[in-house]
Design a protein around this ligand. Structure first.
Ligand code: FAD
Length: 291
């Protein structure tokens, strides 16, 4: 009874990672949409292009409203948190003296339609080892609407900081057809139900944000008042989102996070240049009056 009903094809050795008492699945779009609605926040859609400062203090965000043709508006603010996934490295251009090296790992994923709409596939996630026949290491996630999401499809591309700063793959991020084909074949091997009655619903790609040490940037942007960054959560940005959101809210409101020790995620850890002159901050560390 442990094996999900859709896992009825050729599989190798199967081990149980957990029984579901302490695990859960999150569907990111549904999760973020509902959280935003529940928060009561006003969401302004647009593309941020810079920040306004009065000296070292942030006073507003310059942005192009979605759907406008290159008009730039200013959203006044006391605090800004740069949280733009892999594209957050653009903040280097907005905040003098900062460096946020980032790599975007662009990977294909697919969604299969439910072959039998009268029943929902058993909601067990499956993590496969490397399948040398297809160069995949599938992760399979059945969703409550009956569809099945698959990633771990292989053939990822690695997008460097300079391209991300130009907005690479931000608006359009397409799947690789040959990886869609490989993943479909690999999945159909292990699921007879899907091989016989399944249909591909969606092929897509998305990007993991990876700083060089695989640790996120979370904290105050050095040298500025009211400037923060929360980005680069690699392959854990969905699971960690609620904890990171709480920690960042504490940091902004209380001046420090009481729920997470943010020191390992210091946004200044790769900074090379120093902003300002003597007695200012160097790489985020106060260097005192002597420097
Ligand atoms: C195939 C795949 C599978 C994954 N599986 C998991 C998993 O199982 N569990 C897990 O925890 N994580 C997983 N991840 C990682 C997770 O998706 C990321 O860590 C997470 O999405 C990062 O969230 P984010 O909000 O920082 O960035 P994003 O989700 O990338 O969101 C950034 C947003 O900012 C927008 N933006 C960029 N620039 C600007 C600008 N100038 N102005 C306005 N908006 C801007 C972008 O359009 C985008 O909407 C997976 C990633 C991939 C690619």
């Amino acid at each position: 009874g442990l094996l999900p009903d859709w896992l009825d094809g050729n599989t190798g050795r199967i081990g149980v990672m957990g029984y579901g008492e302490d695990t859960a699945q999150v569907t990111p779009l549904e999760f973020t949409t509902k959280l935003a609605a529940a928060s009561g926040a006003t969401v302004v859609l647009g593309s941020a292009v810079g920040v306004n400062c009065d000296g070292d203090t942030v006073t507003g965000i310059r942005y192009q409203p979605r759907g406008s043709d290159d008009t730039t508006e200013v959203l006044p603010c006391t605090d800004v948190i740069v949280s733009a996934g892999p594209w957050s490295c653009i903040a280097e251009e907005w905040f003098e003296g900062t460096t946020f090296p980032m790599e975007g790992v662009k990977s294909t994923s697919i969604v299969w339609k439910n072959p039998d709409p009268s029943s929902i596939p058993t909601p067990r996630a499956l993590f496969c080892g490397e399948d040398d026949r297809f160069q995949t290491h599938l992760e399979v996630y059945p969703r409550p609407d009956g569809s099945i999401y698959l990633c771990g499809i292989g053939g990822s591309d690695y997008i460097p900081t300079e391209e991300l700063k130009l907005g690479a793959y931000r608006e359009v991020c397409e799947a690789k057809p040959e990886r869609v084909e490989a993943a479909s074949l690999a999945f159909k091997e292990m699921s007879r139900v899907y091989r016989e009655g399944g249909e591909l619903e969606k092929s897509q790609a998305c990007m993991r944000p990876c700083p060089p040490d695989a640790m996120p940037y979370m904290g105050k942007i050095p040298g500025y008042e009211g400037a923060y960054i929360n980005a680069g959560h690699n392959c854990w940005g969905i699971a960690w989102a609620p904890a990171c959101g709480k920690a960042m809210a504490e940091l902004v409101l209380d001046g420090h996070s009481s729920s997470v020790d943010l020191s390992p995620f210091d946004p200044a850890r790769f900074h090379r240049r120093a902003k300002g002159g003597r007695g200012r901050k160097k790489g985020g560390d106060s260097v005192g009056e002597q420097w």
